[in-house]
Design a binder for this molecule. Structure first.
Ligand code: 13P
Ligand code: SF4
Length: 346
């Protein structure tokens, strides 16, 4: 029940006391009440790069979701502690692939394709999935580097298993020239390939509950209402949505598009509405709007709020860090292989 102002002042005071020994990072989808404290902000790729290159912070307060904090823990050294202000801040897409399902898929697919298949996982996956991928010669991608890294994977292997996001996988593969007929779909719940065949890319059937809500009808409606409007969407949107948009990419790519657009351009953005709201305020000279003002922000990202952050900082100040995210060494070691391959290729 404490007043927000008191929480804000405490967070600032604790940050000042720690100085460089504490790094607070925030993903673009974080609420403004949390985002305002960030020493660094970014998309998943940038935040992973920041974690990998920071050697001074003893404590990293990660305002994002669980898989991002796990990735930071894997990429930082053992004496750096990663803290997620609410450990319940997960990612529904990351939860759509577990180790049992992946082992089942791998057995079936290697029985069919032999060793000519490479696993590629979106960073929105658990550390255990990244470890499996690392151990089997595969690589991690983010939405910011997917085209480059999937192109590399397609050069290395005759077949690619892409998980967990079927839409990012399809958007990326088709942009690289893989035809629809060469893309298969793995049904993770039933443990089988839909319409068995000889596919170049096999997609896992996961998706993002926020981004799958955007539709071509929303795009058509805005184009009819505002002739000349530009529509940009996140790469996790459905293929027909990405195709109907003017541009798509990671959160970092969407921000970059707005920064580069001429003054007064009207731009509708299809992504989490915490980010869209911030873009509207930050770039008043561009007429930014939400592709769907009724679509929600990511409820999992939203779990990190001012009270959770203030409590986490209090625990740190008291010398009792809470909500520490630690990936088991064996898992971390293999997951790091897949992440390091990604960072080297990015
Ligand atoms: P970015 O890597 O584009 O920031 O995306 C993260 C995410 O979870 C999108 O839903
Ligand atoms: Fe996961 Fe979707 Fe939320 Fe991103 S927006 S963290 S993919 S549930």
């Amino acid at each position: 029940d404490e007043a927000p102002q008191a929480q804000i002042e405490r967070i600032l005071a604790i940050k000042a006391r720690f100085g460089d020994r504490l790094l607070l990072v925030a993903h673009h989808y974080q609420k403004d009440e949390v985002f305002q404290f960030a020493d660094a902000t970014g998309d998943s790729l940038k935040l992973a790069q920041i974690a990998a290159s920071n050697h001074t912070a003893e404590k990293i307060v990660f305002c994002g979701v669980h898989f991002m904090a796990e990735t930071a823990d894997i990429l930082t050294s053992d004496d750096q502690t990663v803290i997620l202000p609410d450990p319940m801040a997960g990612c529904s897409m990351a939860d759509m692939a577990n180790s049992y399902q992946l082992t089942t898929a791998w057995q079936a697919l290697t029985a069919q394709y032999g060793s000519s298949i490479m696993p590629v996982t979106y960073v929105n996956s658990t550390a255990a999935i990244k470890a499996f991928v690392g151990e089997h010669g595969g690589v991690v991608v983010t939405s910011g580097n997917a085209p480059k890294i999937v192109a590399w994977a397609l050069q290395q292997a005759k077949h690619v298993l892409f998980l967990p996001d079927q839409y990012l996988g399809r958007n990326t593969a088709m942009a690289l020239g893989v035809p629809d007929s060469a893309i298969g779909l793995w049904n993770a719940q039933d443990g089988r390939l839909e319409n068995p065949g000889d596919y170049r890319v096999i997609l896992w059937n996961g998706y993002c509950s926020v981004h799958q809500q955007f539709s071509v009808a929303q795009i058509d409606q805005l184009r009819a209402q505002y002739p000349g409007i530009k529509i940009i969407v996140h790469a996790e949107c459905k293929h027909e949505v990405v195709t109907a948009a003017d541009a798509y990419g990671s959160t970092g790519d969407l921000i970059h598009y707005i920064q580069q657009a001429p003054k007064n351009t009207r731009i509708a953005v299809g992504t989490d509405n915490n980010l869209v709201g911030r873009l509207i305020k930050t770039y008043p000279e561009k007429r930014v709007m939400a592709l769907n003002p009724y679509s929600c922000a990511c409820i999992l990202m939203n779990r990190i709020d001012l009270p959770h952050l203030a409590w986490t900082m209090d625990q740190l100040a008291a010398g009792k860090p809470a909500n520490v995210i630690t990936v088991a060494p064996q898992t971390a070691q293999w997951a790091k292989k897949a992440l390091d391959r990604m960072l080297a290729l990015s």
